[in-house]
Design a protein around this ligand. Sequence first.
Ligand SMILES: [Zn+2]
Length: 391
Amino acid sequence: MQRRWTSRKQAGLLEHERIVAEDSSTCYSQRVSIEFFCEYCGKSTPALKPSSWRCICGGPWSLPPGPPFDPDAITSAASGVWRFHRQIRLPSGHYPTLGEGCGRWLRANNEPSIALAHLEPTLSFKDRGVTTLLAWASLAAQPPLIEDSSGNAGGSFAAYAAAAGIPCRIYVPASAPPGKIAALHAFGAEVVKIDGPRFNTTEAAIADNDGTYCSHAWNPMFLEGTKTMAFQWWQEHKGQFPKRIYVPAGQGSIVLGLFYGFREINAAIPDFTVPAIMPVQHRTAASLWEPINIDGPAVEPRPDDVPSIADGIAIDQPVRKEALITAVTQTGGRVIAVGNEEIRNAQRKLTTMGVWAEPTGAVAMAGHMQVGDDDDALVVVSGHGLKTGKV
Ligand SMILES: [Zn+2]
């Protein structure tokens, strides 16, 4: 296999390539071929040599359900989410990890449990998915790696790319918080700021042909890492979950990560009761409201809701919308829509518990507060307040 780039970590990356060359497209842990498939038209493509970043029909690539969860296969010998390697559809190898997969639960009297999912190496849950996405990229992508992000995914991507020694180019909305853009520069990423709505940033990244588009929204390997939330929490709480989990939802990677993780747990442990997944969205980007809450009134943003302070979920149409609808409805969840004032109140509420969340990171708490009187719940905090500053 030819060298495809040079870097200070080249020796490590070439080791990955040797492993693949010996056993192309084969997952060691399962001994099955890894393929992406399109949920829209059924086409498939080799996961480590995909035909393109998405299917020719326009649909996103997906992975089939993973193997049933095997608690005995969790290994303390690996770092980060890689301790769940048996569930991750990538060949054995030495991948960039920063020890992600550490967010625990905070329990308080008469309050919901809080999942501190933001307490990761780059202060966002995105690190779980980026380590598996970058692992895939180290095997399958021609650098520079191209990503588009409102900030958190980009910051995580830049950090892991730096650790792996792989050049990356991150497209961000010009309106992204300065602290998030500063992190991209700190990690040595090439930063391209794009004016206009969030969608413009994605279009600009897609149009860039000098490298490989490795979107966390489009590439299913991101969800392979995100789903380890379910495994970690199952392990730490001996399979006992609250009845409902409130999560922020833009592209919905926490929704899908939890759903796929629970699906693999359920395949091994049939009496495991899957919690209801409750996506919380901003009133200006409530893409799941109408298809899921079919009997509810329409969502009407209020004057104070524009512009949205929840920049991390400012997504009009998530890439995996159909899969999100399936995940929420199959678990018995429903959608909650909140606005700027409720999010600020949720930020303040969290600070009284010792937790500092950025606005997007407090969205799930805002949803829980709107529902009210639900102590049998887990509220996911996804991003740290240090990224955006004052409450
Ligand atoms: Zn297709």
